[in-house]
Design a protein. Structure first.
Lengths: 214, 168
């Protein structure tokens, strides 16, 4: 079956998935905003467009933990977060032709991730609203990403979705306000206000010892 | 902002930065799953699924809108009915009458002829209304005549009023 995406080169090899991922990874580090990373991203995108799935596999490996971490802001379970991350990369694959290689890849990818995460959250909300989940027990508590938990658990528990995503783009991705605003679809002023309110909410919620501690 | 709050906000930001690094260290098996789904063609069926539901819905919507248009059109503008009215022995005038009365083309025709034309149009609401009016007038007239005759009859059958005895 053909895959909707840029120039596919299907040789029908069932073991190709692992072989693609086993290709040597050109970067040891995954610098978030480094110029070198930007140009290598563009090169990988061009190769992926030409039908090189290995190049796209490298892009996925390079960004999977970042997309996964962002997806966790919109989901309750790790499984859901992985589903959102997978869906994000499939959307990226389908939209790769539209990417402008003169621009950095990460903000574009993260914008798609934000939209996918929002779609997922809206879908879950609709399911709850129309009663598809009536028979199920109450939603489980949010699974912590790490065994001893992080402040992001409080973020996920206390703040609305858009605020969580904006806060992650600022502190997890170190994006500037214009890029965050573009990703979440708000003005820069509104974005700064959202982040400021989030800091205030967390400040009021957490005591000073908790903030000082690890 | 109070200096105390500013300091606390800085602590919040520092903690968010620090813990974000730990969140990022959490790796999954996304790449393997994505490549597998790409090769299974998982990117495409979703689009097909959309069309699977969208095509019948679109067809139903088109049929629904068309039906609604037909119903509304029928209700709003009834088929034009044409009645040919003979006018004496010399000429005939043609009048086109619609139920809404908007597309009337009235020739040289008298009011009486026009009324008779409408009365001869069985599906014409205007004509039916006119017929009803005529019947009501006829009934009212008949009732009035009957009442008048009854009064006259009663008056004629009654004995003349007793005249007071003439004194003397």
């Amino acid at each position: 079956m053909a895959v909707a995406g840029p120039g596919r080169n299907d040789n029908g090899d069932p073991n190709r998935v692992t072989s693609v991922l086993a290709q040597p990874f050109s970067l040891v580090e995954t610098p978030r905003t480094a110029e070198r990373g930007v140009t290598e991203d563009a090169a990988l995108v061009r190769r992926a467009r030409a039908g090189d799935e290995g190049a796209f596999g490298q892009l996925v490996r390079r960004y999977e933990n970042r997309v996964l971490a962002l997806s966790r802001r919109a989901t309750r379970t790790r499984q859901d977060a992985e589903d959102v991350a997978q869906e994000t990369f499939l959307r990226v694959w389908r939209a790769l032709e539209r990417f402008d290689t003169a621009r950095p890849f990460a903000p574009w990818l993260l914008t798609i991730a934000v939209r996918t995460a929002r779609s997922h959250a809206a879908r879950e909300h609709r399911k709850r609203m129309i009663g598809l989940k009536l028979a199920e027990p109450a939603p489980p508590p949010i699974e912590p990403a790490t065994a001893d938990g992080t402040i992001w658990e409080e973020v996920d528990r206390l703040l609305p979705l858009t605020t969580r995503l904006a806060l992650w783009l600022k502190h997890g991705e170190k994006l500037a306000s214009p890029a965050i605003a573009a990703a979440i679809g708000k003005s820069e002023t509104a974005t700064r206000a959202i982040i400021s309110r989030a800091h205030r909410t967390l400040r009021e919620s957490l005591d000073k010892e908790a903030l000082d501690g690890t | 902002m109070e200096p105390e709050h500013r300091k606390t906000d800085e602590l919040v930001a520092a903690r968010l930065d620090r813990d974000a690094e730990r969140e990022l260290a959490d790796t999954g098996s996304v790449a393997l799953a994505v490549m597998s789904r790409m090769q299974r063609g998982a990117a495409e069926p979703k689009r097909r699924r959309v069309w699977l539901f969208a095509a019948p819905a679109l067809a139903a919507a088109i049929v629904g809108v068309a039906s609604l248009a037909v119903v509304l059109g029928t209700a709003g503008r009834a088929p034009v009915q044409t009645t040919t009215v003979a006018r004496g022995e010399t000429a005939a005038a043609t009048e086109t009458v619609s139920e809404t009365g908007r597309s009337k083309r009235i020739g040289l025709i008298t009011a009486a002829e026009r009324l008779s034309a409408m009365l001869e149009t069985p599906r014409d609401l205007e004509a039916e209304a006119a017929r009803d009016t005529t019947r009501r007038i006829a009934r009212g007239t008949a009732r009035t005549i009957a009442q008048s005759l009854a009064i006259l009859g009663r008056l004629s059958s009654e004995e003349p009023a007793e005249t007071p005895p003439v004194a003397g």
